[in-house]
Design a protein around this ligand. Structure first.
Ligand SMILES: *[C@@H]1O[C@H](CO)[C@@H](O)[C@H](O)[C@H]1NC(C)=O
Ligand SMILES: *[C@@H]1O[C@H](CO)[C@@H](O)[C@H](O)[C@H]1NC(C)=O
Ligand SMILES: *[C@@H]1O[C@H](CO)[C@@H](O)[C@H](O)[C@H]1NC(C)=O
Ligand SMILES: *[C@@H]1O[C@H](CO)[C@@H](O)[C@H](O)[C@H]1NC(C)=O
Length: 419
């Protein structure tokens, strides 16, 4: 326990001394002491993406970009970003993860980010923004300063936000969605949608899950040590921020000063590694200022609470309000589980061994419950972590090549050694 304490203290000195497996290694430790900034000396160049929004970043990369504001059945106003293809192109929708936004898909840059590879292949690329994030902080009658605005979890994102986006795109293009690609919470919400709104799921021809997130009980990330403190934390956050979790302007201001100044940059990288898994080789330090200027992008306290419930119970089910309120809402004491067995959309599961949020055990459990898995693929880089799906130097080679293949309906086969 004391060793863990010392290791954490070292983060706050920004020393790059924590070896990849969280095993204390005195040689790496000494190296870190002698040259704490050894990895970061070469990138002083300013990246304009730090101050640009998603649309501006796309245009700077030389692609056309559009924004469409749509309304959900319960009144939220969501922004869809788009890189329009030719009129004979087929639409694909990319959906970001927890505390993310459409910017996450763009940060890796021209020639590398999945959005540009898809656009180059002639797809009509749509990027969603869930309620509460930077681009979707609006409602027809509720203000974000009213706590009712933040009364949602991934359940509402699945039953309202995704149906609004998918119907808008398929109506506009008069054709089904060719592929839905989700990362992390972008997959959770899809599973919710497909089990609760099968009429919407029928408008989607295929779904690709990057870091598939339904079960989270085998989470390795040290953030699980915060769970016992969650009740108190939740009350405090609720009190100060009206139900919004990590208000993005506030946190990004901290990050901007903490993560852009030489020595302290290490702290940010180490926080990212501590939450998502260590992968020094794939982390592009030059993108760090861009990442922290776009993330976190805002979500609700209830969202985190719902994931905490999933972690504690090991179940993928609706929000637990406590016995009395559950009876009123669900007509049962326990919240009902989402019906994964009812999902008929073909689904590909792409996961990695060093994802500290989603363990392989949890992915396997999901695999056995989904009736129509068309690809089960473990990224071949053993240190690949949760956010490497978006920002790794070699994401194009390690992941996106596979994604494009799956979309062409090529080589679809299940890894036979899945147990
Ligand atoms: C694309 O749409 C434009 C305008 O609606 C039309 O003039 C053009 O012929 C279309 N091209 C194809 C390949 O359908
Ligand atoms: C928040 O919105 C609800 C529903 O419109 C309303 O009843 C309530 O008075 C609002 N609260 C505040 C503090 O404005
Ligand atoms: C899908 O859900 C319905 C309603 O809950 C249920 O009756 C049906 O058996 C389910 N179908 C499958 C294939 O699980
Ligand atoms: C599965 O796909 C791989 C390529 O991704 C191919 O090499 C292999 O032969 C395929 N296996 C089967 C059984 O089709």
């Amino acid at each position: 326990m004391r060793l863990v304490g010392i290791v954490y203290l070292l983060y706050f000195y920004g020393l790059d001394v924590v070896p990849a497996d969280m095993v204390f290694d005195p040689i790496t430790f000494m190296k870190g002491l002698i040259s704490p900034n050894r990895k970061r000396s070469s990138n002083a160049k300013f990246n304009p993406d730090v101050i640009l929004n998603t649309l501006e970043m796309i245009r700077r990369a030389g692609y056309p970009a559009e924004a469409h504001v749509i309304m959900t059945e319960d009144g939220y106003l969501l922004t869809l970003h788009r890189i329009p293809g030719r009129n004979d192109s087929v639409p694909v929708l990319l959906q970001h993860g927890l505390l993310g936004s459409s910017a996450d898909w763009v940060i890796l840059g021209k020639g590398k980010a999945l959005v540009y590879l898809l656009a180059d292949q002639g797809y009509d690329v749509w990027l969603g923004n869930f309620r509460g994030n930077t681009y979707s902080r609006a409602h027809i009658s509720l203000s974000p300063s009213n706590s009712t605005f933040w009364d949602f979890s991934f359940n509402e994102l699945g039953i309202y936000d995704l149906p609004a986006m998918i119907t808008f795109i398929t109506n506009m293009r008069s054709q089904p969605l060719h592929t839905y690609i989700g990362h992390s919470m972008g997959t959770t919400t899809f599973y919710v949608m497909a089990s609760e709104r099968p009429e919407i799921a029928r408008m989607v021809q295929m779904m690709i899950s990057l870091a598939p997130t339904a079960f989270v009980s085998h989470m390795q990330s040290p953030i699980r040590f915060l769970v016992p403190f969650w009740k108190g934390l939740k009350r405090m956050v609720q009190f100060f921020f009206h139900g919004e979790f990590l208000p993005s302007d506030f946190v990004r201001l901290l990050a901007k000063y903490g993560c852009t100044h030489g020595f302290t940059k290490n702290i940010c990288a180490n926080i990212i590694f501590t939450i998502f898994g260590y992968d020094y080789k794939q982390f592009n330090y030059a993108l760090e200022p861009v990442i922290v200027s776009h993330d976190p992008a805002g979500t609700s306290v209830k969202m985190i609470a719902h994931y905490v419930q999933a972690l504690q119970t090991g179940k993928f089910r609706k929000y637990d309000y406590g016995h009395a309120k559950n009876l009123l809402i669900y007509h049962s004491v326990e919240p009902p589980s989402y019906k994964l067995a009812n999902i008929t959309v073909p689904i590909a599961l792409l996961y990695s061994a060093n994802d500290w949020l989603i363990s392989i055990e949890d992915v396997r459990r999901l695999y056995h419950l989904l009736p129509n898995v068309v690809d089960m693929y473990e990224v071949s880089w053993p240190k690949f972590n949760h956010v490497d799906f978006l920002w790794a130097k070699d994401a194009p080679k390690l992941v996106y090549e596979r994604v494009l293949k799956i979309m062409k309906r090529e080589n679809l086969n299940i890894t036979s050694n899945v147990t």
